[in-house]
Design a protein around this ligand. Structure first.
Ligand code: UDP
Length: 327
């Protein structure tokens, strides 16, 4: 199969490319390198530097390469940033995604995977969160993904383009060669590991008065390789003639901020000083997704659900690449 991966130089995209190539796929990566890293792109992938806002480039890319399927990762992805810069999300994420969807339809692409978000479920009535939960986007970021999900619904109905949306929370972990390198870094696990590397003095825990066993927020940390495999399984199912689907993906259980810090102390052998700070606005106490449906339909389940393994793999990558990628 020939797959176009947008955002294939980013964290989850680049590791999905690595796994696609390992699985024997031919891969074309489109990335503008605003947030991605050229060095993260697997050497066997064809790399095109460009922006989804450039419709002529997207059309040419599609016509030149004629992919069987598209995996769409390229996106602004931060919930908090989207509350402060809504237009970046409500305009750029949406119009860029629409440019891609339109040329995918024109090209007759057979499978489209949208890397979506579990930030669609801001007021879940039940945890773990199932696909039947009411959609209430939690931010302009979540809204932008929801609108793309809706566009895909119409493309299926009008043009028979099959798609799968994958919604998940906290991607984490690494492979031997690829890991997490954001600038600025805002995510808990890489921040904690930066303390262990001596690059930060301490970690601030955003609130310890939540209604959880240890008072800190519980999140669904899901290994990036497990996410990559879910994208590949979903693509295969579409290319084999499967119907359009929306799946939530989760680790199966959640971990608290304190558990993450304690596990990182055990893995790194560093004391990782932590202080309790105020709550971060918009943080719910517990977020865990249910993967029952994708497990039932496609047989997907996480290979790396254990927090210690996740942090060990991330730590190995951070130790080998203390400054992240070179470029
Ligand atoms: N968190 C924290 N200190 C930090 C960064 C994050 O306590 O410096 C907490 C945050 O409040 C949340 C969890 O860690 O409960 C995961 O946050 P992250 O930003 O990694 O991902 P999010 O859950 O926002 O997608």
């Amino acid at each position: 199969m020939k797959i176009l991966v947008t955002g294939g130089a980013g964290y989850i995209g680049s590791i999905t490319v690595e796994r696609l190539i390992k699985a024997g796929a031919e891969v074309v990566v489109l990335d503008n390198l605003f947030q991605g890293h050229r060095d993260a792109v697997h050497p066997d992938a064809t790399f095109v530097q460009g922006d989804l806002a450039d419709r002529a480039l997207v059309e040419k890319l599609m016509a030149d390469h004629k992919p069987d399927g598209i995996m769409h990762f390229a996106s602004y992805t931060l919930v908090g940033e989207s509350m402060e810069r809504p237009f970046l999300y409500l305009r750029d994420n949406i119009t860029n995604g629409l440019n891609l969807i339109e040329s995918a339809v024109k090209q007759g692409v057979r499978g489209f995977i949208l890397s979506s978000t579990a930030n669609l479920f801001d007021e879940p009535e039940q945890i773990p969160i199932a696909e039947t939960e009411r959609i209430v986007p939690g931010s302009p970021y979540g809204e932008s993904k929801f609108i793309l999900e809706r566009y895909l619904y119409w493309m299926d109905r009008l043009y028979d383009m099959r798609y799968t949306c994958l919604r998940y929370f906290n991607a984490c972990g690494a492979t031997e060669e690829r890991g997490e390198d954001h600038d600025p870094e805002t995510h808990l696990i890489p921040l904690v590991l930066q303390v262990a590397l001596g690059q930060r003095e301490k970690i601030t825990i955003f609130g310890d008065d939540y209604d959880t066993p240890d008072g800190t927020c519980i999140r669904d940390y899901i290994h990036v390789v497990d996410l990559a495999e879910a994208h590949i399984l979903a693509m295969r199912a579409l290319l084999d003639g499967g119907h359009s689907r929306k799946y939530n993906l989760g680790n199966g259980r959640g971990f608290s901020v304190k558990e993450v810090v304690e596990t990182a102390r055990a893995v790194t052998g560093h004391p990782i000083p932590a202080e309790i700070g105020p709550r971060r606005p918009g943080d719910p106490a517990t977020l865990i997704a249910s993967s029952e449906t994708i497990n039932h339909d496609l047989g997907w389940r996480p290979i790396y659900p254990d927090l210690r393994t996740i942090i060990e793999m991330a730590w190995n990558w951070h130790q080998a690449n203390p400054q992240g990628y070179e470029k």
